[in-house]
Design a protein. Sequence first.
Length: 209
Amino acid sequence: MKIMTISTLALVSGSALAGVSTPNVWGPMEHIMLTFDNGEVHAHVGTDASSPIEMHRFAGEVYDGAASVLNDTYYSSQYGWLADGFISLELDEYMWIEHVSSTAGLNVYEGGLRMMREMHTYDAIQGTAGSDDAWNWGGTMVHNWYSADALGAYEATYRVFVGDASGNAYSQYTSDLVTLNFNAVPAPSVLGMLAMGGLVASRRKRGDA
Ligand SMILES: [Cu+2]
């Protein structure tokens, strides 16, 4: 029994030293509910400037591959775009979510279902890193990744509209604006706590020697 415990601990600290391959997911999903009825687009979110989504940084964690865009950033995937009921579009109609304005330093990377985060593209979207402001939303639940390099409050406003395949809005339909709010806050990281534990252990060893 004792040997089992020791080997489990060794595995945990081994993976911590090697870094974490996928970004963390925490907190409940916060959905931006989208509807398209009678030619009108509506977007609704339950947060505002007084109830922002927190972005956390996990110091020392290193994410593999495309997810490495989140390395050393404060980030969150709590916000997700979601259809509120059934959205019916013609073959030549697409829903677009276009970046209108945002706090300098806020970045957005393409996600998907949170549990599928190993499969996300992490492509820069919605104006991040010179990408197109308009991003085609495919109709399924999509939790994009929002990140920032520095602590503080951020916000981003998007226009949701129905347009053609190239993102040209159809003028016969109305669009809607929605603002997402973030707060990048300091948070204790799991790796940091493990590293502190390791530091204490190695000090003890040195003290014993
Ligand atoms: Cu969701």
